[in-house]
Design a protein around this ligand. Structure first.
Ligand code: ADP
Length: 381
């Protein structure tokens, strides 16, 4: 048996879907998960339950794997360096991953390599925030903790110097990054995958619509995106992947500004919500390409299979029973693709997503939105 073993750290839905993509390739998959109930732990055969913050747990887990990769970016950077020093293949490696872990490090490096970002600076206290505002166009200013944020947690929009929220980020005990509040018309994502060999592929740039700081809808490709701007975004993502030495999937979250520029918001070095459309909409999904990349296999074709694909997240609502909604959703739309993560329904929690595709964007968007809302229970017909 010469098929390799991929070790995945983190048991969320990204691990679950990466495992799914590895099955037809015959790849063995080991999982380090917090609990046996985690989304991926429910379906992976070889599961170790343990704490990813504990170096000895990581070492013991890594011994049985040919390569280590991630479902999230929270493994301490120094532990990843220790694993590499033990001779373990960590992909993406700590020198790349730190840019997805620390927004301050990411902003500094992107600026150094000439990638356009919002105006930014590390700030020490509320007075420094006021100084940062005064150096630019004034308030509002966005504050972010450099580590530990996700889905909008760890991001504050400060409206004025005496906005009481200005003290909040400084309570977290990590550095605070101030940014200009970008006047954007929409958010885009440029997704690329890169292998240790340096082969790289780019997915079409997508539009990502957020609701209350959480990704809600992704349209592939981004409608009405100027071809030059799309090319610029793809090149930017490929440059970042190369310069930072990323291995695996890289999501570059972007702002498209009112004056037609593209600025980087943040980076994720793992499969990403903005790439879920590719499971049904691209020749090779982000998950399959992530597996191929971390094993240094040739990458698969990232091109779309049809003109439009729309992904809508299924968020938990008040209605815990989503299964009974299948009857209606499947009968209404036989082309609908449902992906559920096996997670308990809690209000606002991402518990699944649906993909639809076709030639007519309005129709594709309506079908995906309808299905996601019907599953959630916010509509009943
Ligand atoms: P998270 O790590 O929680 O995903 P992000 O840095 O992506 O945090 O910020 C979450 C959301 O906040 C973004 O999707 C965007 O809508 C908004 N946001 C973040 N930074 C800025 C900014 N500089 N200007 C305007 N909006 C921002």
């Amino acid at each position: 048996m010469t098929f390799p073993v991929v070790g995945m750290i983190g048991g969320g839905q990204l691990a679950r879907m990466t495992h799914e993509a590895g099955i037809p390739l015959g790849i063995r998959f080991k999982l380090l998960s917090d609990t046996p109930q985690d989304s991926a732990a429910q379906v992976v055969n070889e599961v170790v339950i343990g704490d990813y913050r504990d170096l000895e747990t990581l070492r013991a887990f890594a011994r049985g794997c040919d390569v280590i990769t991630f479902d999230h970016e929270h493994v301490p950077t120094e532990h990843l360096r220790a694993l590499e020093a033990d001779g373990i293949a960590v992909r993406p490696g700590p020198d790349a991953l730190v840019h997805a872990q620390d927004k301050g490090v990411m902003r500094a490096r992107l600026t150094e390599i000439g990638v356009a970002c919002p105006r930014h600076r590390i700030v020490a206290d509320p007075a420094d925030v006021a100084a940062f505002a005064a150096e630019g166009d004034g308030f509002p200013v966005v504050l972010k903790t450099v580590r530990g944020g996700y889905d909008g947690k760890g991001v504050w929009v400060i409206k004025s110097a005496d906005d009481p929220a200005v003290t909040e980020p400084f309570k977290a005990g990590v550095e605070v990054l101030a940014e200009e509040k970008v006047d954007f018309v929409r958010e885009l994502a440029a997704n690329v995958v890169r292998s240790p060999h340096g082969q790289a592929v780019a997915y079409p740039v997508v539009e990502s619509r957020q609701v209350a700081g959480v990704c809600d809808t992704v349209i592939a490709p981004a409608p009405d995106l100027d071809a030059d701007l799309a090319l610029q975004a793809e090149r930017m993502a490929l440059t970042i992947a190369k310069e930072l030495g990323v291995v695996g999937h890289l999501a570059v979250e972007l702002f498209q500004t009112r004056d037609g520029r593209i600025l980087v918001n943040e980076l994720a070095m793992r499969p990403h919500n903005s790439g879920h459309w590719s499971m049904d909409g691209a020749v090779t999904s982000q998950f399959a390409n992530h597996v191929r990349a971390v094993l240094d296999l040739p990458l698969g074709d990232p091109r779309p299979r049809q003109p439009w694909t729309v992904m809508v997240n299924v968020l938990g609502g008040d209605y815990p029973d989503m299964y009974s909604a299948y009857l209606h959703c499947m009968a209404r739309d036989p082309q609908l693709k449902i992906h559920m993560y096996g997670k308990d329904v809690k209000p606002g929690r991402k518990v699944g997503h649906v993909n639809t595709y076709g030639d007519d964007l309005d129709d594709v968007l309506e079908r995906a939105t309808h299905a996601a809302h019907y599953l959630r229970g916010t509509i009943t017909e």
